[in-house]
Write a protein that binds this ligand. Structure first.
Ligand code: NAD
Length: 292
């Protein structure tokens, strides 16, 4: 069977309520995408401060669209009426799909999955927004490996159409069909891909991003690198892109690639040094560049 093909004869399951773990760059965008089309969404994080930051991000998505005339204040009110928040994991008990969008570290993610075993409904689907980590391997820690799948969004979630739906070895056809249908319902374009470190997009993107950092080490300026990529046709330069996706996420994702493809993948020491100095990118006020 080709892992990159969805079986269109399978009827997807109904999805009425979704939970999203993580209210960071991705989690807030993912929860908002569901709430905007009227799907009841619950956004969870570890404390109230992070939830408050996540709510600011969620509002900003629709407020940005209001500014350019693509949404109204009614849309904002409707989105907010479908979006709940909590720091209490037990509130996922009535959700059909739980999307995990927390830190890109396997041990942190699998610790959460083990906790969710007693809390999620027995027939619910657990989907990870991981950038690089094996769905098959993490599925072994999930309550039901056949109902574990990758649902990989891209930043900024409200503007990026693509969702990679990643099939692990144990993922059932019904799980794939349900996540494909859900992605379409929130107006995204799903592609079903097989499981390998970096999946499809990051297997291509991360070596490109890393090469830009190598150029920096060889003496090129940040502006020269970013401008060259823009001239080439990229929507954003690779240094600017690293700062918006978060250097911690880039570093952890890069480590997964280096461990998986040790014969060819490298990771510049720059990312680790900046992360250790607390410079996580735009979200922390500084990364490669400074943000006020
Ligand atoms: P982020 O640092 O902005 O947010 C992560 C959030 O998860 C934080 O608010 C943190 O408090 C929360 N968290 C950590 N452990 C938790 C737990 N046990 N329960 C609840 N919340 C918890 O990170 P992000 O950029 O949103 O990335 C999240 C995931 O999405 C990662 O797996 C990342 O690889 C993936 N991803 C990121 C991007 C990107 O461009 N940043 C793109 C695609 C996928």
């Amino acid at each position: 069977r080709d892992p990159g093909v969805a079986d269109t004869s399978i009827v997807p399951r109904d999805v009425n309520r979704v939970a999203v773990f993580g209210s960071g760059l991705m989690g807030a965008g993912i929860a908002t995408s569901h709430a905007r089309v009227g799907i009841r969404s619950l956004m969870l994080d570890v404390d109230d401060d992070r939830i408050a930051d996540g709510m600011k991000r969620a509002r900003k998505v629709v407020e940005g669209r209001i500014k350019i005339g693509r949404a109204t204040y009614d849309d904002l009110a409707n989105m907010l009426s479908c979006l709940d928040t909590s720091t209490d994991k037990s509130h996922v008990d009535d959700c059909d799909v739980v999307v995990e969008a927390i830190t890109e570290r396997e041990e942190v993610k699998t610790a959460l999955y083990k906790e969710l075993a007693g809390l999620m409904r027995d027939d619910a689907i657990l989907a990870s927004n991981t950038s690089t980590i094996s769905i098959t391997r993490m599925g072994k820690s999930a309550p039901h490996p056949e109902r574990f799948v990758g649902m990989h969004f891209f930043f900024p979630v409200d503007r990026m159409q693509l969702v990679e739906v990643i099939r692990g070895d144990d993922t059932s056809d019904e799980t794939i069909a349900t996540i494909v249908a859900l992605s379409k319902r929130i107006k995204k374009t799903p592609i079903v891909v097989g499981d390998c470190p970096g999946f499809l997009v990051n297997r291509v993107l991360l070596p490109y991003m890393n090469e830009a950092l190598q150029l920096l080490l060889e003496g090129a300026s940040m502006d020269a690198i970013d401008k060259a990529a823009l001239r080439f046709g990229m929507p954003m330069g690779p240094i600017a892109l690293q700062d918006v996706v978060g250097l911690d996420t880039s570093y952890y994702a890069g480590m997964t690639m280096v461990n998986a493809y040790s014969d060819r993948a490298i990771l510049t020491p720059l990312l680790k040094d900046l992360v250790e100095a607390g410079r996580m990118g735009k979200k922390s006020g500084s990364g490669f560049r400074k943000y006020t």
